[in-house]
Design a protein around this ligand. Structure first.
Ligand code: SAM
Length: 212
């Protein structure tokens, strides 16, 4: 397996033709070794155009969805970001390549521990991980310039909106347990602006302000 070549091909064939054009996002995808976040038995399909299982009935998202969500946060480099649903830690690494600080919360202990280890091994020093219910956010380091939720909810958790800075952007899949739409909320002084980025399918966001 030539991971370097496959990574390059993923960017050229899956991301650029579908309209991903932010140079910071594309550079992050060219750099982060996705194979390090994938169980060995799935290595042969690491750079496939689909999600993959990571254990505990959870998944690492399709590369294009990771790129689409990241691009729409419009990150420039100086931001403090909150991610809910660390999973494998791949999305965390992509964001860590771009911004100053990222805080990430995962509710499943084994996944959180493995992601932390992988991110440390890869040398990320701007990532803080936490085990807990991310529907309540991570108040200590708020407000956040951007928030990404990588699990599906029926509605956006109030705590997350509260912890978002004015002019901040929050992206989350909203819908039922089987299908959702990717919704971007922009917090303005007077209310929220929403943009719909189309259909998607995520595992459920479970917790106090998510699915019970
Ligand atoms: N971004 C991840 C990656 O790159 O591998 C994929 C995330 S996976 C689609 C969704 C994750 O959200 C799962 O690991 C799941 O355990 C987690 N999750 C679900 N509800 C959560 C909650 N309330 N707080 C934190 N994590 C949660």
């Amino acid at each position: 397996m030539n991971f370097v070549q496959e990574r390059k091909r993923m960017v050229e064939e899956q991301l650029i033709p579908r309209g991903i054009k932010d140079s910071l996002v594309l550079a992050a995808f060219r750099k982060v070794p996705r194979e390090r976040f994938i169980p060995r038995e799935h290595w042969y399909e690491t750079y496939g155009d689909f999600p993959l299982p990571i254990g505990e009935e959870q998944t690492i998202s399709q590369p294009y969805i990771v790129a689409l969500m990241t691009e729409n946060l419009k990150l420039k480099g100086e931001e403090r970001v909150l991610e809910i649903g660390t999973g494998s830690g791949y999305q965390t690494a992509i964001i860590a390549e771009i911004v100053k600080e990222i805080y990430t919360v995962e509710r499943i202990v084994s996944l959180a521990q493995r992601a932390k280890k992988t991110l440390e091994e890869l040398g990320y020093t701007n990532v803080e991980t936490k085990i807990g219910d991310g529907t309540e956010g991570w108040e200590k380091f708020s407000p956040y310039d951007a928030i990404m939720v990588t699990a599906a909810a029926a509605r956006v958790p109030e705590s997350l909106l509260k912890q978002l800075a004015i002019n901040g952007r929050l992206i989350i899949p909203i819908g039922n347990l089987y299908s959702q739409e990717l919704i971007l909320y922009q917090k303005k002084k007077r209310g929220l602006k929403t943009t719909n980025y189309g259909g998607c399918r995520f595992v459920p966001l479970k917790g106090k302000e998510g699915w019970r």
